[in-house]
Design a protein around this ligand. Structure first.
Ligand code: ADP
Ligand code: MG
Length: 320
C-alpha cells in the first residue's frame, strides 16, 4: 500500500538533475553538493487546522508545504535544489495523494527542485518538508547584521493571506475577484527565491515573513541586537485588502497576520534605490517601511506620528 502511494508521488515529481546520484527508492538518497558551495537546509511542518484551514484543496496543501520551505531558503539567499517529504495521513487516499503531488510538483518545477525521498506513515494529517539549497561560502543572508541607521524594506504586499484566512473562517470567501486574490495568497504563496538571490551582497540582514511582520522583524532585530521603527502608513497593502477591509483591520493584518512569505530585509539607506531597481527588474516590488535604530524591539508609528499599540504581535504556537 505504502509503495503505490510513493510511486504516485515519484511519478508526479520526477525531475532530472545530475546532482541526484540516487533519488527515491533506496534507503537513502545520494546527493552531490556542487564544489565550493555551502548547503542550506531547512524543515517546516504543516498541521491541518493550524497551517491551513480544514477543507483546503489537496493541490494547495502540496504547493504550500513546499512554498513555506522555499521561503526559508529565499530568506537565506540560497538556490533551491532538493527536498524530502514526510507525510502522515489518516488513510491511503490516492486522489488526495495525486492532488497533493500535483500541487507540490507545480511549484517544484519552477525551480527544477528534485524530491529525493521521504517517509509515509499513517496517523493524524501532517506534512513535513525539508529543503536543501546552495549558497556560495559566506554569502548567505542571515537575521544578524542589521545596523542602526539601515533602512527596513519588505517585498510585495503584507496582510493578504491573513485577510484570506479571515474570509474563509467567516464563510465570506465568495466568488469575487478580490476574495480570490486574497485566497490565492493564503493557499498558493509565492516564495521570494529570486529576490533572495538578488539581495545577496546587498542586504545587511533578511528574514521571511511567515508569522507576521512584527514577530519576524522582532526576530531579525534580536539577532542583530538592534531595534526597529516602522511607519504604518508605508506598509504595502494590496488593493484587494484595502477594498475588502477597513483601515484598522488591514493595518492589523499587515502588521501581525501570518503566511505572507514576503522578505523583510535591511540595508544601508544609500543603497535603497539601486536595490529596489534590481528587484523591479525581476518583477518584485520592495517598499521602505522604516528604519533600524539602536536599542531593541519593534515600534510602529501612525500617520500622525503617534505610537501604535498593535492588537496582535504575530503567531506564536505556544503563546498564551
Ligand atoms: P525505509 O523503510 O527504508 O525507510 P520507505 O518504505 O520508508 O523505506 O521508503 C522507500 C523509499 O521511498 C525511500 O527512498 C524513501 O525516501 C521514499 N519515500 C517514502 N515516502 C516518501 C514520500 N512521501 N515522498 C517521497 N519519497 C518517499
Ligand atoms: Mg522510511
Amino acid at each position: 500500500m505504502e509503495f503505490t502511494l510513493i510511486d504516485r508521488i515519484r511519478e508526479r515529481t520526477a525531475q532530472g538533475r545530475d546532482d541526484v546520484r540516487l533519488g527515491i527508492g533506496d534507503d537513502a538518497a545520494l546527493l552531490a553538493v556542487p564544489a565550493g558551495q555551502e548547503l542550506a537546509v531547512s524543515i517546516d511542518t504543516l498541521v491541518e487546522g493550524v497551517h491551513f484551514p480544514i477543507g483546503t484543496a489537496a493541490a494547495d496543501i502540496g504547493w504550500k508545504s513546499l512554498a513555506v520551505n522555499l521561503s526559508d531558503l529565499a530568506a537565506m539567499g540560497a538556490t533551491p535544489a532538493w527536498a524530502l517529504l514526510a507525510l502522515t495521513l489518516p488513510s491511503a487516499d490516492p486522489a488526495f495523494i495525486d492532488g497533493f503531488a500535483t500541487g507540490f510538483a507545480q511549484l517544484a518545477q519552477s525551480y527544477r527542485l528534485a524530491l529525493v525521498g521521504g517517509d509515509t506513515t499513517r496517523g493524524a494529517f501532517t506534512v513535513s518538508v525539508a529543503v536543501h539549497g546552495f549558497v556560495p561560502p559566506g554569502k548567505a543572508l542571515t537575521r544578524a547584521g542589521a545596523q542602526a541607521g539601515d533602512a527596513i524594506l519588505v517585498t510585495g504586499t503584507l496582510g493578504d493571506a491573513a485577510a484570506g484566512l479571515r474570509l474563509v473562517q467567516s464563510g465570506n470567501s465568495g466568488i469575487d475577484l478580490r476574495s480570490a486574490l486574497l485566497l490565492e495568497r493564503l493557499n498558493r504563496p509565492t516564495p521570494r527565491v529570486a529576490a533572495g538571490l538578488a539581495l545577496r551582497g546587498h542586504a545587511s540582514a533578511c528574514i521571511d515573513v511567515s508569522d507576521g511582520l512584527l514577530a519576524d522583524l522582532g526576530h531579525l532585530c534580536a539577532a542583530s541586537h538592534v531595534g526597529a521603527e516602522i511607519e504604518a502608513p508605508l506598509l504595502p497593502r494590496s488593493s484587494a485588502l484595502l477594498d475588502l477591509f477597513d483601515e484598522a483591520a488591514s493595518r492589523d493584518f499587515a502588521l501581525s497576520g501570518g503566511d505572507d512569505y514576503e522578505l523583510c530585509f535591511t540595508l544601508p539607506v544609500q543603497h535603497v534605490a539601486a536595490v529596489q531597481a534590481d528587484l523591479a527588474r525581476i518583477g518584485c516590488g520592495a517598499t521602505k517601511i522604516g528604519r533600524v535604530v539602536e536599542g531593541s524591539g519593534v515600534s510602529v508609528r501612525d500617520a500622525d506620528g503617534r505610537w501604535l499599540e498593535p492588537v496582535h504581535r504575530g503567531w506564536d504556537h505556544f503563546g498564551a
